[in-house]
Write a protein that binds this ligand. Structure first.
Ligand code: PAF
Length: 297
């Protein structure tokens, strides 16, 4: 695996079908599963690693975001990445960008109001990665369901010539969706966070038992969260996977998403709901059967 820091170097390596895995580093099995999927579908796998300041609201959140290039490089190489593209700030943003990517109403719901400017920051970073690396496919986790919907729409609305591939959420052995932020949870907080996964799994079962009411599905998640006093619910919403609008009835591809606070940490999670041959099928994610690499640190 090569580590490069400029778009020109990343592009020079392009050969055949290029798969891009955009990340902010501090890799866990979720990122590695994207690299594995990219490996299956591409001749060259490029993983980008850039902690994008434009998508962080508070400077303190940006400052405490974990970073470790050596650790990430070893994990990326083992997962089959060919090129690790780790640009410095002035490669990504040689000047403060004046032209921005407006994601419109997609950012007005769920995560958007709680993280002003976040999706605009994601959109410009992703657009620059697509333009600079020029991948044929780009791989994103379903864990960030609203981000995935926005990136899909960005690629479609701007006619960007690439496939956006959504991959299943990876969960730890207790069912908590993997996130680099999980390292901030202490043992009690982690135990409390398992209620989120339980609520979502109950809703996934209900979907497959033909529950179609958005309110009823949301209530299943909310009641599991309410049963855990350490959790504070921010929102739970059944949303369209096409435009992120709230659905009162499940009648298209969707995701049931939630955000909770546990201690000083904010967690998001969801189940993606596909429509296959006229039937709704929930993607519950993939549960690891042992400790995560995040726990090894
Ligand atoms: O999901 C992430 O890690 C980031 O939002 C992304 C897509 C790499 C853009 O900075």
């Amino acid at each position: 695996m090569e580590i490069v820091s400029t778009f020109a170097e990343a592009r020079e390596r392009a050969a055949g079908h290029v798969g891009l895995v955009p990340t902010m580093g501090y890799l866990h099995e979720g990122h590695l599963s994207l690299a594995t999927e990219a490996r299956k579908r591409s001749d060259l796998v490029v993983m980008s690693l850039f902690v994008n300041p434009l998508q962080f609201g508070e400077a303190s959140d940006l400052a405490r975001y974990p970073r470790d290039l050596c650790r990430d490089a070893a994990l990326a190489e083992a997962a089959g990445v060919d090129v690790l593209f780790a640009p410095a700030l002035d490669e990504m943003y040689p000047t403060e960008p004046v032209v921005r990517v407006d994601v419109g109403s997609l950012a007005d719901v769920m995560e958007g109001p709680h993280r002003p400017g976040h999706f605009a920051g994601v959109a410009i970073a992703v657009t620059k990665l697509f333009a600079g690396v020029r991948p044929d496919s780009a791989f994103f986790g379903r864990k960030d369901a609203q981000q995935l919907a926005i990136v899909r729409r960005l690629a479609a609305d701007l006619s960007l010539p690439l496939d956006v591939v959504g991959c299943s959420t990876i969960r730890d052995a207790e069912g908590v969706a993997l996130s680099s932020r999980n390292i901030f949870l202490d043992e009690e907080e982690h135990r409390a966070a398992t209620a989120v996964g339980r609520g979502l799994m109950a809703a996934a079962d209900a979907v497959e038992d033909r529950e179609r009411s958005g309110g009823a599905l949301e209530a299943l998640v909310a009641s599991a969260i309410a049963s855990e006093p350490m959790l504070r619910l921010e929102y739970v919403a059944l949303a369209s996977a096409h435009d992120c609008s709230r659905l009162s009835r499940l009648d298209e591809e969707a995701f049931l998403a939630t955000a909770v606070h546990v201690g000083a940490t904010r967690l998001i999670d969801n189940v993606h709901i596909d429509l296959r041959d006229g039937a709704f099928v929930a993607d519950r994610g993939v549960r690891l059967d042992g400790p995560t690499i995040l726990e090894a640190n």
